[in-house]
Design a protein around this ligand. Structure first.
Ligand SMILES: Cc1ncc(COP(=O)(O)O)c(C=O)c1O
Length: 389
């Protein structure tokens, strides 16, 4: 059994993907070939955003807007501690300081009330209002941006987050690396009106390529122009005219070519993921010691992961492994506890929800081609695990 079965999708799309790859090998425009424009047009329609700008990874997609906005030393960027490292890594990479805000215990996404308190705490340099990183207390920080993460495919609570950000003049970057194809109040993710949204096309994502890839989405024409410049070494009108310092952050033409047939079946695959999730929910409902994921009624998850909470997580993971069922732990250590951020001075207990989730979370196999028979096997082993229930 596969945790994410990429081969099943490949079998479905093989002729189309091979034809697309062959076309690139024939025309030979491996860098910024015509498939890049074609993919960007398709992505922009799918997200309902004016601009879709492809790039080399989901990490570069997060980095490019921070570079464009000139976020740097002395700036506070608020984000979740319960996410993949890249979300906070880019903040540190540009020299700014991540200010972690704990997550909601049901959606696992950044808490709007927590954000409100964290902003006040930074303004007042008062860690009694909300735990703060050392630089916020010592030199003080300027609140600049917030990066909500749509964890496991479920949107953060944007109708609460955006007004808070607007009130305090914060830029908002939606990290939808795990959520492309999902929706919030009927609107596609990456098209919710945040200043910028980003996603990743890492192979295991709901929409993946066969290597690294990502995209940035925005409705802002001026910002889009700067992002396009930054992804190619800060180029100006001509490629040998450099008007700013950027990166080599382009997506390969071959990756765009591979993604085009995948775009055609994305809606169908997202629908299939809903069925898999519903079948899991039914099968897991009677098993004690397990909390299946819960999606708010106004959200449609892209189901990048199907993550349950368990009373005895490690015993269950071992039991499933022994029975041939692959699982994963996203994430075993919240980011405020990562050694690389020890200089920020956060302590255990600062983000209690994230810390508790990291001890209880377990992701089960999830992909559009997971059969009911496979789900019966997985859930049978969960039910039979001694100590559960
Ligand atoms: C929430 C989140 N943000 C950012 C990234 C980074 O994306 P990439 O691996 O494409 O650089 C990931 C990838 O796993 C992610 O899950």
């Amino acid at each position: 059994m596969e945790f994410i079965d990429l081969k099943a999708q490949y079998r479905r799309l093989e002729p189309a993907i091979r034809a697309r790859i062959d076309a690139v090998l024939e025309h030979g425009h491996f860098i910024m070939g015509p498939e890049i424009k074609e993919l960007e047009a398709a992505l922009s329609v799918a997200a309902g955003a004016r601009h879709a700008i492809t790039c080399a990874s989901g990490t570069d997609a997060l980095l490019l807007p921070l570079l464009a906005w000139g976020v740097g030393p002395g700036d506070a960027v608020f984000t979740s501690p319960f996410t993949f490292f890249a979300t906070a890594e880019v903040i540190a990479l540009v020299g700014a300081t991540p200010v972690f805000v704990d997550v909601d215990p049901v959606t696992f996404n950044i808490s709007p009330e927590g954000l409100q308190r964290a902003i006040a705490a930074v303004h007042q340099r008062d860690a009694s209002i909300h735990p703060l990183p050392r630089p916020a207390l010592e030199g003080g920080l300027t609140p600049r941006a917030v990066i909500p993460v749509d964890l496991f495919g479920i949107a953060a609570e944007y109708d609460a987050l955006l007004p808070i950000a607007r009130e305090h003049g914060l830029l908002v970057m939606e990290d939808a690396a795990q959520a492309f194809g999902g929706s919030y109040k009927g609107k596609p993710l990456c098209g919710l009106g945040c200043d910028v949204a980003t996603t990743s096309f890492f192979p295991a994502k709901p929409l993946g390529c066969y290597g690294d890839g990502g995209a940035v989405f925005t409705d802002d024409d001026g910002l889009a122009e700067v992002l396009r410049s930054l992804r190619v070494h800060g180029k100006g009108a001509d490629k040998y005219e450099n008007v700013r310092v950027g990166i080599n952050g382009r997506m390969d033409t071959l990756q765009a070519a591979i993604m085009l047939p995948k775009m055609d079946i994305l809606a169908d695959e997202i629908a299939a993921r809903q069925k898999v999730a519903a079948a899991y929910a039914t099968r897991l409902s009677g098993i004690g010691g397990i909390t299946p994921p819960s999606v708010p009624g106004h959200c449609r998850s892209a189901w990048a992961q199907y993550s349950i909470l368990c009373d005895r997580r490690d015993a269950l993971a071992d039991h499933l492994k022994a029975n041939g069922v692959p699982t994963a732990i996203y994430y075993p250590k919240p980011l405020h506890m990562q050694s690389v951020f020890s200089g920020l001075g956060y302590a255990a207990g600062d983000m209690p929800v994230s810390e508790s989730l990291s001890r209880r979370i377990l992701s089960l196999p999830m992909h559009p081609y997971l059969s009911e028979a496979q789900q019966d096997v997985i859930c049978g082993h969960i039910a039979s695990c001694r100590g559960q229930g």
